[in-house]
Design a protein around this ligand. Sequence first.
Ligand code: FES
Length: 68
Amino acid sequence: MATHETEIRNGQKRTMIKLEPGERIALCRCFNSKNFPFCDGTHKEYPNQDHGPVIVEAPAPPPEERVD
Ligand code: FES
C-alpha cells in the first residue's frame, strides 16, 4: 500500500510517496481532492475543467522475484 509523508523544505510543502512493486495510484492535479495528494474523484464535480488525475504505476518485479 502506498505511503506518503509531507514535509516543509525550503519553505514549501514537499510530499514523498512510496509505492509497492506493481502498485498503481491516482494523484490529484485539480487541487480539489479531500484526500490530497490522492485523487478522490472530486474532479468529476467540475465539468468545466479538464484536469483528471495523474496515474502512477510502479513497475512489477521481474518474474524471478515474484512469490506468487
Ligand atoms: S480529485 Fe483532483 S484529479 Fe481527481
